[in-house]
Design a binder for this molecule. Structure first.
Ligand SMILES: [Zn+2]
Length: 258
């Protein structure tokens, strides 16, 4: 399995791109507002077959309007959109409908579009147990994760259903997405983790996981399988790099073969 990170920044970072990655050049995980340009840059815009969404913040969904329009008008095909059931309605109603509801057909007549005009919107079948097979051997499993209070947010496990690859149980990658907590069991259970990392720590209800918290809560023997993403200040990350006990800070464009 190949993973390529399009961006690694936090929602407020400029220059690092929104945190998102592409699996095997086909499956896009999260689609923030910087993602369409990055897909174009890496020659992936016409190759994406499915997009997976972890929660509704513009650095995770802000590029969907462009991606939907591009696929509808230019590629003339719908790609698969996978998200936990509770996200799909608000994603359309509160996010995309304003820009995407009204289009016209080939005769110039008004057309009222819905989410399924643009995307083949498959939902996972439940939360913790939800599974959506988007490639022959890969299973993407959602789990709830705490982020902003009362906000639906999910982390993602990528599993090899054939169980022939690196991890014995087939659990290849744990992507925490945006989360305020460290789930040691998930880290232990996967060959590789990409974890939310906020470089500052307030100790007062942070909605992201601070570097300080990761240092404290990820057991030492697991730190070298944890890569850090969604960080905000490249200079500060570079400074921390020297003594970083984790696998490292992922760079925009970095690839992993797992
Ligand atoms: Zn978020």
């Amino acid at each position: 399995m190949k993973i390529k990170f399009l961006g690694v920044g936090s929602g407020l970072s400029t220059g690092l791109g929104n945190t998102s990655f592409v699996v095997n050049d086909k499956v896009l995980v999260d689609c923030g507002f910087t993602v369409p340009e990055a897909l174009k840059k890496y020659d992936l815009l016409d190759k994406i077959e499915a997009v997976i969404i972890t929660h509704i913040h513009s650095d995770h969904v802000g590029g969907l309007e462009m991606l939907g329009f591009y696929n509808y008008f230019v590629r003339k095909e719908r790609i698969e959109l996978t998200a936990p059931p509770k996200l799909l309605k608000p994603l359309w109603k509160n996010c995309l409908k304003g820009g995407m509801r009204h289009i016209q057909n080939q005769h110039g007549a008004p057309l009222k579009a819905t989410l399924s005009t643009y995307f083949d919107a498959a939902t996972s079948r439940g939360h913790a147990l939800g599974k959506s097979v988007v490639q022959e051997y890969l299973v993407f499993r959602f789990n709830t994760t705490p982020h902003v209070p009362e906000k639906e947010s999910y982390c993602l496990s990528i599993e090899d259903s054939s169980r022939t690859r690196q991890a014995k149980n087939g659990h290849l990658v744990y992507y925490s997405s945006d989360t305020s907590s460290v789930n040691v069991e998930e880290i232990k259970d996967h060959a590789l983790t990409f974890h939310d990392c906020q470089l500052f720590h307030t100790g007062k209800g942070d909605v992201h996981t601070s570097y300080k918290r990761l240092l404290k809560e990820v057991p030492d023997e697991l730190k070298n399988r944890v890569w850090l993403v969604h960080y905000g200040d490249a200079d500060q990350a570079a400074a921390l790099k020297k003594d970083c006990p984790f696998a490292g800070f992922v760079k925009p464009g970095q690839e992993f073969n797992i």
